[in-house]
Design a protein around this ligand. Structure first.
Ligand code: 1HE
Length: 259
């Protein structure tokens, strides 16, 4: 089943929602209509979805904001435009299922902001990361100022924007922009493999990782420990958790193996 949005499509492969940025002629640049389509798509993911994969058609993941739409905007429109991006990427990050980004080619500007809102990033060797906003006389507006320093630190983001520094795929994996680095052409396959594994987790575990963990990580330690205890109590009380633990004790579940 494929659902078409503007320059965006959604294909259910079993319980994995595979989402494609589909505007290769413009390097998957995101205009307002696509940002709203992304918001709608994540608000209306099919109930059968247990995990999602996001990738870009063509040579690049995403060239960021559609610069052709930027020209005539005043300050108030700019504010609302940024808040629209926030709303859309918030739906993705705090949606119903974990999202795994498969990255290749340009992951720049708003493209990096989009990737940063995903829960796991898999990059192939062709990927490169930049924040050209600095040299275009603008600032990030899609949540990058919040999410990117949490991945790589404020100093590295400042350097990227001040100097136009571009990180390679290898560097990106080393500094924390992507958790996985794979040979060219293999990012989508790896992302689908990981999504298959994520989809087998207890739904409440995935929920806790998406919705509780980032909030706990931002809390003062004392409050964080308390929220963690509440989340742990809720998760372990689910019948599915009890069954999974029983299976392990009965020798029926996989052991943790050396990497
Ligand atoms: C675009 C865009 C775009 C390409 N908006 N049209 N992002 C940027 O500053 C990145 C700008 N793009 C690039 O640096 C390069 O295009 C790429 C490195 C991504 C790809 O290079 P390449 O050689 O494969 O493609 P190209 O020939 O540069 O572009 C192909 C077409 O896509 C061309 O249009 P055409 O009609 O001449 O064929 C380009 O104009 C078009 N194109 N990128 C509009 N971004 C929430 S705030 C976020 C703020 C930002 O994201 S600012 C950073 C914007």
């Amino acid at each position: 089943m494929t659902q078409k949005y503007l320059h965006l499509d959604l294909d259910m492969r079993g319980d994995i929602a595979v989402i494609r940025l589909a505007r290769p002629a413009k390097r998957n640049a995101l205009g307002d209509a696509q940002v709203l389509a992304l918001r709608d798509l994540f608000e209306n993911l099919p109930a059968a979805a247990r995990a999602a994969v996001l990738y870009g058609e063509g040579e690049h993941f995403c060239a960021g904001l559609d610069l052709s739409e930027l020209q005539e905007r005043d300050a108030s429109q700019g504010l609302h435009h940024s808040r629209m991006w926030h709303a859309a990427l918030d739906r993705l990050q705090y949606g119903p299922v974990p999202v795994i980004a498969a990255l290749h080619g340009a992951v720049v500007g708003g493209g990096l902001e989009l990737a940063s809102a995903c829960h796991i990033r898999v990059a192939d060797e062709s990927a490169f990361y930049g924040l050209p906003e600095g040299s275009r006389g603008i600032f990030v507006g899609g949540g990058g100022a919040v999410r990117i320093p949490r991945l790589i630190g404020t100093a590295r983001m400042t350097d990227m924007m001040l100097t136009g520094r571009v990180y390679s795929a290898e560097e990106g994996e080393r500094i924390g922009l992507a958790q996985y680095l794979v040979p060219q052409g293999q990012a989508l396959g790896k992302a689908l493999e990981l999504a298959g594994r994520v989809a087998q987790n207890a739904p409440l575990t995935n929920y806790a990782l998406m919705h509780a963990l980032p909030r706990i990580a931002e809390q003062p330690a004392d409050q964080g420990f308390f929220t963690e205890a509440l989340m742990a109590a809720v998760a372990q009380s689910a019948p599915e958790a009890k069954d999974r633990v029983k299976d392990f004790l009965a020798g029926k579940a996989a052991k943790v193996k050396k990497a």
